[in-house]
Design a protein around this ligand. Structure first.
Ligand code: 13P
Length: 250
């Protein structure tokens, strides 16, 4: 069964105390069960505290990254096993900010996805094209290469544990959103690639989120499309009322 998900990505925002306050507020707002799964993606240092805080509620927790190595002398890195030990269930990987600023290429991301899965984390794997690529009509080519480069090596069973997030880079933090028709077109294309690789059922069950200036005003329209299974939310996930309004779009 395909899951509907609204996930927040706090990025590098909120001190521990501010993050705890936001998670507490959200938890109390979500006392009645929403029509989708709710995930909050927090910085590493928040994970254990926030996971404990939301335990038993409808909220699940995601890390925003993990290391591409199992363990050892990698100063400053955080392994997938460490993330899992905090109580987090998900791990955002392949975000365009990590690809652009921290040079995470297909091979590094392939390792990270494998390590996350082996350690019992569900990757939320982000793909999406740059503005110039969209203008050149290359968006399909780009997402295909990203999938082939980092996740299409997985078995069908492994692949069924990942969530995809289509995030056009030109829409992230810019206030420019893909129209619901643009989102639907590429989400349907992504699903067709999954069907060609893993078969119709795996594709039908795959959750594909949209991310990029998704907010309380446009979420309902985006989520009404048959291949848009929810959202990965940056800015609007930092304000409890706004995030809740997006969840309520389902
Ligand atoms: P914004 O919602 O701030 O555009 O960010 C989207 C995003 O990058 C989520 O991962």
């Amino acid at each position: 069964m395909r899951k509907k998900i609204v996930a927040g990505n706090w990025k590098m925002n909120k001190t521990l105390q501010e993050g705890v306050a936001l998670a507490t507020e959200l938890k109390s707002m979500l006392s009645s069960k929403p029509n989708c799964e709710v995930i909050i993606g927090t910085p590493f240092i928040h994970l254990a505290t926030v996971a404990e805080l939301v335990k038993g509620s409808v909220i699940k927790v995601a890390a925003e990254n993990c290391a591409d190595k199992e363990s050892g002398a990698f100063t400053g890195e955080v392994s997938a096993a460490m993330v899992k030990s905090t109580g987090a269930d998900y791990c955002i990987l392949g975000h365009s900010e990590r690809r652009a600023y921290y040079h995470e290429d297909y091979a590094i991301l392939k390792e990270k996805v494998l390590l996350a899965l082996r350690n019992g984390l569900k990757p939320i794997f982000c793909i999406g094209e740059l503005k110039e690529e969209r203008e050149a009509g290359k968006q399909n080519e780009v997402v295909k290469a990203q999938l082939e480069g980092s996740v299409f090596n997985l078995s069908a069973e492994e692949f069924s544990n990942i969530v995809l997030a289509y995030e056009p880079v030109w829409a992230i933090g810019t206030g420019l959103t893909a129209t619901s028709d643009q989102a639907e077109e590429i989400h349907a294309y992504i699903r067709s690639l999954i069907a060609a690789k893993y078969g119709k059922q795996v594709a039908e069950d795959a959750t594909i989120l949209y991310g990029g200036s998704c907010n309380d005003k446009n979420a309902k329209e985006l989520f009404s499309k048959p291949d848009v299974d929810g959202g990965l939310i940056g800015g609007a996930s930092l304000v409890a009322e706004k995030f809740k309004a997006i969840i309520d779009a389902f």
